[in-house]
Design a protein around this ligand. Structure first.
Ligand code: FES
Length: 360
């Protein structure tokens, strides 16, 4: 089988580069240079990380996977050779995206992986290059990159090349500031298409909500919307939030902004800032207590109540839950005045104290 797309060698690479250039031009045309406040460290992480991924890591991992499979499972080489291109493409994309959903979700729920993925969420503005902003080791361990090599070994190189191009269109556009999906939401006659599209593919609104700073804005859900190409996994596993609006703030609460070397090369290089999660000294500890807090709430204000029990600003969330399976509870005060908020985190009436702490 000729694995080159349209019979042109490296056509998939040209297409991915073409998509990148297309989005660069679109972002520039829509006022990128006036808007951006990216620092030098941001540029190094995003562009440098992107090029290392594309030119070094991805080829090495793909070759490594082919070598390993060739050494240990030679009998299954080219076993997809007779499968139709479209079936191969579907299998490639579904397996790829399923793997990436769980890897990405794990990176939000387990502390070590979170530290590798955290640079991706430190970005305080969106843009397609944000897609490439993770620690070096995050990519080395990414199952999808290994899947590229395995699928090639199985004889699916052409389907993989098409799949990669399609996937890049969705991933790059979902990180982009261009927000094409606003067009779909604007007109009533486009609603059926908008509903169908967002329930299959990741849209900019869906993914921007994942990058929003906190649930406090009622739009963001940094601990949900984990999908990369398809939104079906988030819907299946209960992590989807569709709201079609865009956060006003991106990034992380309490971000000490460590040097890019620590962000990109953790755990080989650690941050010197003891407040950084990437430092040797940093530890998350329980800050729960068996006494509720009496706090003043303002009617109509939104608050985030800490559920993980590690916030340094109890009873409210300070972002310490990142890297755990917990997420804060968003609530709106119904009246102005003092309220007893739970600090033991055993309440069944969160965020309010229900006296579960008595006897603890
Ligand atoms: S710090 Fe956010 S839930 Fe505890």
């Amino acid at each position: 089988m000729n694995d080159a797309l349209f019979g042109i060698p490296y056509m998939d690479i040209y297409l991915v580069m073409g998509i990148l250039v297309f989005f660069i031009l679109l972002e520039i045309a829509t006022g990128y240079w006036h808007r951006t406040q990216r620092t030098k460290g941001d540029w190094i992480q995003e562009m440098g990380g992107g090029f290392v991924l594309m030119l070094v890591l991805k080829p090495l991992i793909v070759l490594g996977a082919i070598f390993l499979f060739h050494s240990f499972f030679p009998s299954i080489q080219d076993s997809l050779g007779e499968t139709s291109l479209w079936l191969s493409l579907l299998v490639f994309l579904l397996v790829d995206d399923f793997l990436q959903y769980w890897y990405h979700r794990s990176a939000h729920e387990y502390p070590f992986l979170w530290k590798l993925h955290r640079p991706h969420h430190q970005a305080e503005e969106m843009g397609f290059f944000v897609s490439y902003r993770n620690a070096f080791l995050y990519y080395v361990m990414m199952p999808n990159l290994w899947w590229l090599g395995i699928f090639t070994f199985l004889g699916g190189a052409k389907a993989m090349a098409i799949g990669l191009v399609l996937k890049q269109v969705i991933i790059i556009s979902s990180h982009s500031t261009v927000q094409y999906d606003k067009f779909l939401y604007r007109y009533k006659f486009l609603q059926p298409l908008a509903v169908l599209w967002e329930h299959i593919f990741i849209t900019p609104a869906f993914h921007h909500a994942h990058h929003g700073k906190s649930r406090r804005d009622g739009i963001s859900d940094p601990n949900g919307n984990f999908g990369n190409m398809f939104s079906i996994w988030d819907q299946l596993f209960g992590t989807a939030t569709f709201n079609r609006e865009f956060p006003s703030e991106y990034g992380l609460d309490n971000d000490p902004k460590e040097h890019w070397t620590a962000a990109y090369l953790f755990p080989f290089i650690k941050s010197k800032d003891p407040n950084s999660e990437l430092s040797k000294a940093h530890q998350k500890t329980k800050t729960t207590s068996a006494e509720p807090s009496s706090v003043h709430l303002e009617k109509g204000e939104k608050y985030l109540w800490c559920q993980c029990g590690m916030s340094k600003t109890q009873p409210f969330c300070d972002g310490s839950h990142h890297g755990t399976k917990f997420k804060p509870i968003l609530f709106e005060a119904q009246r102005t005045g003092n309220a007893r908020l739970c600090n033991c985190k055993l309440t069944k009436a969160g965020p309010f104290c229900d006296d579960s702490h008595v006897g603890v």
